[in-house]
Design a protein around this ligand. Sequence first.
Ligand SMILES: [Zn+2]
Length: 236
Amino acid sequence: MFQFIQHCISDFIDLLFPDLCVGCDQLLNTSEKYICSHCRMNLPETGHHREPYDQILLNKFAGKVPIQFIASYVYFTKGSSVQKIIHQIKYKGQKEAAKEIARWYGYLLKSESKAVEAIDVVISVPLHKSRLQQRGYNQADWIAEGLAEALEIPVCKDVVIRNQFKESQTNKNRLERWENVKSAFSVLNSESVLDKHVAIVDDVLTTGATIEACATELLKAGCRSVSVLTLAVAGR
Ligand SMILES: [Zn+2]
């Protein structure tokens, strides 16, 4: 009887708050989770992992910080379903969706990329404490969890912290962004990354300034090498 009532309540809640696709707001059917089949099948995958030494992305870091390999799952363009997905993940509490999509990417990487085998640990780009409190979660943590689970690699938590809270990076050029993030990170527990190959994980790769700052600190702290995995990359 109790189970029946529970079932009725859950059906009622579904009726009031049906699960919608994070990419297009369409109703999801029972076999779909977070993203409808149409959006999933039409994700603009980059295929970077098949060419892990893709010069275009590595060029973002050339002469600044040595990055072993870098791969993003999908292209982020204005007005696309990916933009909507990232917005939902970042600002609308869709952290489970972030983890699920990261899992898909992790499985793809595991089956098709030799380069990921060299990664020892995964680290997400941290948010500053006050931003974290404001938002309630760090989307990059959830992405890191999903990737780590699929890749069967541990997540290293509380290693990198964000020191200062600076104004938004939006509407800043590359130099201004760099000035903004240059000393934004510190490594706290360097023993846990000593001589390790670390994959830095974030939601979207844009100019690369944030990841550059984070990678620089990790290498200073004794990491053997640094790679980068993101859910999306700006442009195509
Ligand atoms: Zn959809």
